[in-house]
Design a protein around this ligand. Structure first.
Ligand code: GSH
Length: 209
């Protein structure tokens, strides 16, 4: 496949949704053109392809536009049959956990002021993960479920790392350490300059670890 025929990923390094998409692309060793964007200054080309204006967006070689991180993961990992329980965990993560995380992380941005209540709500989901991890969410190997959920738990652990350290969730802490220190994570977190259409494209070919 020539470079011009590769899928195009619009991404933002710190976005947890974009992280999960990049983890899946890496895991499936899918080469692509990487376009790093700024959320405050989204490129017209991205908005034309996906007017809803969120990252990640993956444009396939047949011009199909995948504009939901889970769709990108499902496409990359060929996850046609996510189990009901896995589906439920991802839903919990993306809905109630993420909502509480945002309110804990940015108290004052929403009408309610008390970040501590939201931190407690987040902890309920961490307990569910703690009970399931062994050492990954689906057993011995890191899989799609880990990739989908990890970036959000990492974000949670980083809001107040000292407090997080006091929590009794050893499996979650080990899981966070394992993925954070992995080669795959180092590669998906590589820093790239903001995409500029007038510059040469940035093609990513993952190095297998
Ligand atoms: N449901 C979307 C959510 C993606 C999302 O909300 N991404 C954030 C960045 S982390 C975004 O692009 N927000 C738009 C903005 O801030 O303008 C997905 O799973 O891809």
């Amino acid at each position: 496949m020539s470079a011009e025929q590769l899928p195009i990923l619009y991404s933002f390094r710190r976005c947890p949704y974009a992280m999960r998409a990049r983890l899946a692309l890496y895991s499936a060793l899918i080469s692509h053109e990487h376009r790093e964007i700024e959320l405050k200054n989204k490129p017209t080309e991205m908005l034309q392809a996906s007017p809803k204006g969120t990252v990640p967006v993956l444009i396939l070689t047949d011009n199909t536009v995948l504009q939901e991180s889970l769709d990108i993961m499902k496409w990359a990992l060929k996850l046609n049959n996510l189990g009901t329980e896995e589906h439920k965990l991802i839903q919990l993560n993306d809905c109630s956990f993420k909502q509480a995380l945002d309110r804990y992380k940015y108290p004052g941005r929403y009408t309610e002021e008390d970040g501590a209540d939201y931190r407690q709500q987040c902890t309920v989901f961490i307990e569910v993960l703690e009970a399931r991890l062994n050492p990954f969410l689906n057993g011995k190997e890191m899989g799609g479920l880990d990739m989908a959920i990890f970036p959000f738990i990492r974000q949670f652990s980083m809001v107040d790392p000292q407090w997080f350290d006091t929590l009794p969730f050893s499996a979650v802490k080990t899981w966070l350490k394992m993925i954070s220190s992995s080669e795959i994570f180092a590669q998906v977190m590589a820093k790239h300059p903001r995409w500029d259409a007038s510059q040469a494209p940035l093609y990513i070919s993952w190095k297998e670890s």
